[in-house]
Design a protein around this ligand. Structure first.
Ligand SMILES: NCc1[nH]cc(CCC(=O)O)c1CC(=O)O
Length: 310
């Protein structure tokens, strides 16, 4: 192929990620003409509602998939965290890039940790997963919705609308804003979302030639972790509506996967974990999901979904 077009959202973070992939590809294929097609998605436009209320993750990827379908782009670069657990027919994840820091970051101008915040302090996050875990451990704190891109969220903190906010460490680090991180939340405080910190590259299922070009960008250990995390979320019908976390690590070919499902108000938190060789990543995800289901996760999810539609 002579020419490759990368579809990306236009946020500063998305563009950084697309440029990162562009640079890696240009190094591998110096003679190829590689460009980026920036586009705005519904997820970027609707900023006054929480994601769970406007239909979830798909809103960040649909327009990019449409560009692939219409041949305006050959690959789409996503934060894998924003990619729905089940792709529409005809699309595949062709490569998963090496993971950045997977943890959530505590961002605050006065305090060093959630534990130090005074009672009644306002913590900004629109992630139900973060909200539920904070409420469960710090019932004296107030959690308020916070949307917009990373820069917007930091501005709202600096203007005093919040005492602290929680953001993915990966986004801040990629944007050179790591000095804004007061502390990383431990996985015990806030278990990360499935895929947090990793990039996914999506193509049409039929685009074999493009997929071959992307093989060197796939990071095997990260891909195994992400496969396990996404299998867990998929098995529990992972949507943005229910607080759900899935975090895998790999050591010497063995994956350790932690899963968590919670009630948004923090009144109930279920956790489970298991280990398996990397070759069984998908089965591991389903196994941890099954443990959670046996502990009552499906009832919890049904109760949360019911109360929302009521
Ligand atoms: N929800 C939006 C989103 N999608 C990916 C990232 C950060 C980068 C990543 O996790 O790869 C963020 C921002 C955040 O959660 O703070």
């Amino acid at each position: 192929m002579q020419k490759l077009v990368i579809a990306s959202r236009e946020s500063v973070l998305a563009m950084w990620q697309a440029q990162h992939i562009q640079a890696r590809l240009q190094q591998l294929y110096p003679d190829m003409d590689i460009s980026i097609l920036g586009m705005t998605t519904q997820g970027d436009q609707i900023l006054d509602k929480t994601l769970s209320k406007i239909g979830g993750k798909g809103l960040f990827v649909k327009e990019l998939e449409q560009a692939l379908l219409e041949g305006r782009a050959h690959l789409a670069v996503h934060s894998i965290k924003d990619v729905p657990m089940v792709l529409p027919e005809g699309f595949v994840l062709a490569a998963i890039g090496e993971r950045e820091d997977p943890y959530d970051a505590f961002v605050c101008n006065q305090y060093q940790s959630l534990a130090e915040l005074p009672a009644g302090a306002v913590v900004g996050t629109s992630s139900l997963r973060r909200e539920a875990q904070i409420r469960a451990q710090y019932p004296n704190l107030e959690v308020q919705p916070l949307r917009g891109n990373v820069q917007t969220r930091l501005r709202k903190l600096d203007e005093g609308q919040y005492d602290a906010i929680i953001l993915a460490a990966a986004g801040l680090k990629r944007l050179g804003l790591q000095e804004r991180i007061a502390n990383l939340l431990t996985p015990q405080e806030s278990l990360p979302a499935a895929g947090q910190g990793a990039l996914g590259i999506e193509t049409l299922a039929e685009a074999k030639e493009v997929q071959d070009l992307l093989i060197p960008l796939n990071h095997a250990q990260t891909a195994a972790c992400i496969t396990a995390e996404r299998a867990l979320a998929r098995a529990l019908n992972g949507s943005c509506q229910v607080p759900l976390a899935a975090f895998a690590t790999e050591e010497d070919g063995i994956l350790t996967l932690h899963g968590l499902v919670a009630h948004p108000d923090g009144s109930m938190v279920l956790t489970a974990q298991a280990q398996a060789p990397v070759a069984y990543a998908d089965a591991l995800g389903r196994a941890v999901a099954k443990k959670l289901a046996q502990d009552g996760a499906e009832d919890l999810i049904a109760a949360v979904l019911n109360s929302e539609s009521a």
